[in-house]
Every structure is written in structure tokens, then in C-alpha cells.
Design a protein around this ligand. Structure first.
Ligand code: CMC
Length: 395
């Protein structure tokens, strides 16, 4: 009609001003509040990164201590949550469970549900960051039929999550520091990624004035999709399929399928809407993959070998070079998670855990913006013209 701009998939529409995350897709650069992801991954931990995303600066020693203890104070969830969880089938997908559990938090914490109140938003942020590992671990324990393990607050954020996931009441559990650091890095690398589908969902949902827990639950639901958070699961399944075909010897054959446009086969973990260069998160993930497999004595892991071979061939292949297709974060993260012992069906829930802080930071930014309005896209109507309802007998 000329009245509105039509931009399917929002390929060229900026939905907001933001100061949180910057991506230069051509250079393969990712900055949180101006800091390169490579420096954050080496010099900071996940909770430092959370502080940075929420408050705009890295914490000093005192701020760090206060923030850590505030988060620790909220790691437990209300015991009633267990009854809610028990309502699910044991074989429920963890993301189905997580969507429900996160949404249900709004029914427990009435002092943090007013999205327009900065104090409510602040305490909701702390609660969500603190409780996500507990909820994800509970969802996992429920699936495998083991007792829930309560948080242990003298452990690090990642260490506490590992213990809640893998400890049992029968024996002592010792956190492996190499795995702990790797998990923490996975959390840092997934903490925010500007206006992707789930983040835009959280903003749109929150713009109606709903409570912060409900808005984050909407983000979890959106992330679940295979084109978004579900890609690492798909990548690992692809590596498993090639392995079944015959492994490294069959890489050439598989690549021919990928390049055949009629096959519908894609090299999962490759390509990105924004990055037209190596995804900086993938580089760090590859390094972490080496460390974790080395620590666990899995250097010869066939899926890792397969992934390295695929990467090597793809980076030299005209098809991939011409289209600027490089590995993305999902190419190696599945291998790391699998080596740590995280089941494939939980991969997206781990992503949700880590992304929660990004969602909240973006939500806060939106509400604090004086130009903020309820999100309300327009449409180009292409349906039937005005017409009259005929009596039933004449239709
Ligand atoms: N394997 C084979 N060909 C590919 C691939 C791939 N992984 N990715 C893109 N192409 C081809 C595509 O067919 C197209 O070819 P042509 O120009 O001849 O038609 C060209 O490259 C451009 O791709 P596109 O589909 O137009 O690019 P897009 O920006 O719409 O899609 C993408 C980006 C990530 C959806 C896509 O690259 C893809 O499906 N990759 C595999 C799935 C994946 O790894 N997703 C994780 C993304 S990172 C995690 C996150 O941010 O959630």
C-alpha cells in the first residue's frame, strides 16, 4: 500500500537502539559492552559477564563480591516447584519443562513481577540468573529418575550446576576444574547475541507490560526452534549420521550431498545470517573442545576428528568460500557438551540458561528507553475484500 515498509524476516529493520552487544559480521567480531568476547572468555567468569551485560561495566572487586553473593542467595527454588515438575511425563522434552517452570516463577515471586518497577526488574534478574541452573538440573534429574541435588553455594556458578546435574546422594562429587572452566566458557559465549529471534521475542513480549518471568519464558519457547537454539543438537546428530555412514572416509561423499542443492542436506554448524567470516565464538569453542577432550582422554573422539576434517575441507572448498560459510558456535559446542556428559536433548536448555542474562539485559534496556512503546508490527493485507455473509444454505 505504500504506507508501511515490508521486510519479511526483519532483514533490514532495526527494532531498537542498543548499547549491549555489537557484532561485526564481516570481521567476525563480537563485543559485549565494547569488550571483545575473546578477552572476556579468558579474563572473566560468567557472573562477571552477567554483571557487565546488566550494568554496563565490569565489576570491581567489591561489586563482584556483592553480585556473586546476591546471586548465590537465590539459587534455591520454592519446594512447590517440585510438585509442578512432577506433573510432567518423565520423557517430556527438557525445553517443554523449562518453558513451564520459568513461566511458573511469576506465580511464586510477587515482589518482582512489576516490569515497570526497576527494583522489581533487578530482583527478577538476580532470581532468574540464580535459579536457571537449578531448574535445568531439576528437569534433567526428573528425566533420569534421580533425586534432585540442592545447590551448594560455596561452588562457582558452573561448578554448582555440574554438581546439581551429575552428583548423587550416594557418593562425594568433585568438580573437575577443566570441565568447570569449559562450561563457564560455554555460558559466556552464549550470554547475548543482540536482536536474534528469542531476544526480539522477549522484547516484544515484555513491551506489553507483562512480568519479567513471563517474558523470559517466551524467550525460552522461541529458542527451542531448530533454526535457533536447536542447531547444536542438529549438528551433533549430523556428525553421528556421517559416522554411521563410515566416518572420515565418507566426508567427501557427504560434502557432495551438501553441495547438491536438491539434496536438502546442509552442513549444520556452518553459516550465519550475520557472520560472513569465522564466528569468533566458534574459534573459542574449538579451543575449549581440545582442552576438554584432552582432559578426559578423548583426543581420538571420532566425532571430533570428523568435525575437524569437515571444517578443513569446507574452508578450502569453492562452494563454502564463495558463500562465505564458516563454522558457527554450534559446530563444536555439541561435541564439548557431549564429552562433559550432557545429554543431547539438554543442549538447548543449557543455551537458555546462559542466554537468560542477555534477555534480561535487553528487556531492561527496552523499558528504560524513553522511546519505548508496545511493539506492534503492521501488515500488508492481501486477503479477501469486504464481502457479505451468506445464509448457511447458500454457502
Ligand atoms: N550448508 C550448505 N549450504 C549453506 C549452508 C550450510 N550450512 N548455510 C548456507 N548455505 C548456502 C545457502 O544454501 C545459500 O546458497 P545459494 O546462495 O546458492 O542459494 C547461501 O549459502 C546463503 O545462505 P542463506 O540460507 O541465504 O543464509 P541465511 O543467512 O538465510 O541463513 C543460516 C543462515 C544459519 C540459517 C544457514 O547458514 C544455515 O542453515 N546453517 C546451518 C544451521 C546452523 O548451523 N544454524 C546455527 C546458526 S548459529 C546459532 C544461532 O545464532 O542461533
Amino acid at each position: 500500500t505504500g504506507k508501511f515498509t515490508y521486510d519479511p524476516g526483519f532483514l533490514s529493520t532495526a527494532s531498537c537502539n542498543s548499547t549491549i552487544t555489537y557484532i561485526d559480521g564481516d570481521k567476525g567480531e563480537l563485543l559485549y559492552r565494547g569488550y571483545p568476547i575473546e578477552q572476556l572468555a579468558v579474563n572473566c567468569d560468567y557472573l562477571d559477564t552477567c554483571y557487565l551485560l546488566l550494568y554496563g561495566e565490569l565489576p570491581n572487586t567489591e561489586q563482584r563480591g556483592t553480585f556473586h553473593s546476591r546471586v548465590i542467595n537465590h539459587t534455591m527454588v520454592n519446594e512447590q516447584m517440585q510438585f509442578f515438575l512432577r506433573g510432567f511425563r518423565r520423557d517430556a522434552h527438557p525445553m517443554a519443562v523449562l518453558t513451564g517452570l520459568v513461566g511458573a516463577l511469576s506465580a511464586f515471586y510477587h515482589d518482582s513481577t512489576d516490569i515497570n518497577n526497576p527494583e522489581h526488574r533487578e530482583i527478577a534478574a538476580i532470581r532468574l540468573i540464580a535459579k536457571m541452573p537449578t531448574l535445568v538440573a531439576m528437569a534433567y534429574k526428573y528425566t533420569v529418575g534421580q533425586p534432585y541435588i540442592y545447590p551448594k553455594n560455596d561452588l562457582s556458578y558452573a561448578g554448582n550446576f555440574m554438581r546439581m546435574m551429575f552428583a548423587t546422594p550416594c557418593e562425594e562429587y568433585k568438580v573437575n576444574p577443566v570441565i568447570e572452566r569449559a562450561l563457564d566458557r560455554i555460558f559466556i559465549l552464549h550470554a547475548d547475541h543482540e536482536q536474534n529471534a528469542s531476544t526480539s521475542t522477549v522484547r516484544l513480549c515484555g513491551s506489553s507490560g507483562t512480568n519479567p518471568f513471563a517474558a523470559i519464558a517466551a524467550g525460552v519457547a522461541c529458542l527451542w526452534g531448530p533454526s535457533h537454539g536447536g542447531a547444536n543438537e542438529a549438528c551433533l546428530n549430523m556428525l553421528g549420521d556421517i559416522q554411521k555412514m563410515g566416518g572420515v572416509a565418507k566426508v567427501g561423499e557427504f560434502m557432495s550431498q551438501v553441495k547438491d542443492k536438491n539434496s536438502g542436506v546442509k552442513l549444520m554448524g556452518f553459516g550465519h545470517r550475520v557472520y560472513k567470516n569465522y564466528d569468533p565464538r566458534a574459534k573459542l569453542m574449538r579451543e575449549t573442545c581440545h582442552e576438554v577432550l584432552g582432559e578426559l582422554g578423548l583426543h581420538n573422539d571420532p566425532l571430533f576428528k570428523l568435525a575437524m576434517e569437515l571444517e578443513k575441507i569446507a574452508l578450502e572448498d569453492d562452494y563454502f568460500v564463495a558463500r562465505k560459510l564458516y563454522p558457527n558456535v554450534d559446530f563444536y559446542s555439541g561435541i564439548v557438551q557431549r564429552a562433559i556428559g550432557i545429554p543431547v536433548s539438554l543442549f538447548t536448555a543449557i543455551f537458555a540458561l546462559a542466554r537468560t542474562v542477555g534477555w534480561i539485559a535487553q528487556l531492561n534496556e527496552m523499558i528504560a528507553d524513553p522511546e519505548y512503546k508496545i511493539g506492534r508490527p503492521r501488515q500488508l493485507f492481501v486477503g479477501a475484500e469486504k464481502r457479505d455473509v451468506k445464509p448457511l444454505a447458500e454457502r
